[in-house]
Design a binder for this molecule. Structure first.
Ligand code: SAM
Length: 279
C-alpha cells in the first residue's frame, strides 16, 4: 500500500518491545500519511528510522493534546492524512489520543485502526487466567490509600482484572492486592513482554507479593499485573469480610481489624487475619 485515503485519521499500534512486532500495514501507513502525531517524537525517531519512515512528526502528548487537537482536525478537514502513534503499543490504551479521536469523529472524520501490540492483551494471552471476560483497569492510583480504595471497589469483580503498573510500585501494589483480595487469589505478573528479560509468573497473591518483595530483579522493567476474578459461587461472606478488613486495617492493628470485620461480615476471624494481615 503506497497510498492512504486523504482526510483520514490512522490510529497505528507500534511495538511494546520487540521491533519486529510492527505490521507491514503499519509501516506502509506511516510512510504514506502527510504527518505523524507522536506522543514523543524523539522517542519514536529510532523506530521510524529503523523502518525508513521519513514522514514529518508532530508532538501530541497529554500536556498539549487539548491545544493540538483542533489544529490536527483542521488539517484532516483540509484533506491531509494523519497517523497517530504513542511511545509503545496501541494509542489511547493508557496513552494519549482519546481527545483527538473523539474530536475527529465528532467532525465526521473517518478513524481507521491499524492494530498491533498491546501489553494488556499480550499479557492476558499467556497468563492462563480466564480470558473470556476481563476488565482492563489501567494504572492503579500511586498512593496506597487511594489504591486500596480502588481495589476494595473491585474485590467482588468476577472477571479477570488487568492492571498496568510501574516497576517502582509493583511490590507495594502486590501487597495491597494481597491484603484486599486475599493471599490465595491467583495472580500473574507479566514483565518485559517481548523483550530480553521477559518473565511471566503465576502464583497466589501471597506468594507473588513475597517473591517480588524479596527480589529486586522482579521490580524492574515494565509490568502488567493480572488477577483472577472472584470465583463464581466463591465465598461471598469471606469476600465481604476481606473488603471490610482491608478498610479497618488502615486504622487498626490486624487482630482488632479481623475481629471487627468478622463480626460485621460473618466470615471466620482466623481466615480474615491469615489471608489479609500480610504477616
Ligand atoms: N499503549 C500501551 C499498550 O498498548 O500496552 C500502554 C502504554 S502505558 C503508558 C505503559 C504501561 O504498559 C507500562 O507501564 C506497563 O504497565 C505496560 N507495558 C508496556 N509495555 C510492556 C511490556 N513490554 N511488558 C509489560 N508491560 C508493558
Amino acid at each position: 500500500m503506497s497510498q492512504v485515503q486523504p482526510g483520514c485519521l490512522w490510529v497505528v499500534a507500534t511495538p511494546i518491545g520487540h521491533r519486529d512486532d510492527f505490521s507491514q500495514r503499519a509501516v506502509d501507513t506511516l510512510r504514506a500519511v502527510a504527518v505523524i502525531a507522536a506522543e514523543d517524537t524523539r522517542h519514536s525517531r529510532p523506530l521510524l528510522l529503523h523502518y525508513n519512515i521519513a514522514t514529518p512528526a508532530i508532538a501530541l502528548h497529554e500536556h498539549n493534546e487539548r491545544e493540538v487537537v483542533e489544529a490536527i482536525v483542521r488539517r484532516l478537514e483540509g484533506g491531509e492524512s494523519v497517523a497517530l502513534i504513542s511511545d509503545a503499543g496501541t494509542p489511547l490504551i493508557s496513552d494519549p489520543g482519546f481527545r483527538l479521536v473523539r474530536a475527529a469523529r465528532a467532525a465526521g472524520i473517518r478513524c481507521i485502526p491499524v492494530p498491533g501490540a498491546c501489553a494488556a492483551v499480550a499479557a492476558l494471552s499467556v497468563a492462563g487466567l480466564p480470558s473470556d471476560r476481563f476488565v482492563f483497569e489501567g494504572f492503579l492510583p500511586p498512593k496506597s490509600a487511594a489504591r486500596r480504595a480502588r481495589l476494595q471497589a473491585l474485590a467482588g469483580e468476577p472477571r479477570t482484572l488487568i492492571f498496568y503498573e510501574s516497576s517502582h510500585r509493583v511490590a507495594e501494589s502486590l501487597a495491597d492486592l494481597r491484603d484486599v483480595f486475599g493471599g490465595e487469589r491467583e495472580a500473574v505478573l507479566a514483565r518485559e513482554l517481548t523483550k530480553l528479560f521477559e518473565t511471566v509468573i503465576g502464583e497466589p497473591l501471597a506468594e507473588l507479593a513475597a517473591r517480588v518483595a524479596a527480589d529486586p530483579d522482579q521490580q524492574r522493567g515494565e509490568c502488567v499485573l493480572l488477577v483472577a476474578g472472584q470465583a463464581e459461587g466463591g465465598d461471598a461472606k469471606l469476600a465481604e469480610g476481606r473488603r471490610v478488613f482491608a478498610i479497618l486495617r488502615e486504622e487498626l492493628p490486624p487482630a482488632k481489624a479481623a475481629k471487627l470485620a468478622a463480626a460485621i461480615s460473618g466470615a471466620p476471624r482466623k481466615a480474615l487475619y491469615e489471608a489479609g494481615s500480610g504477616e
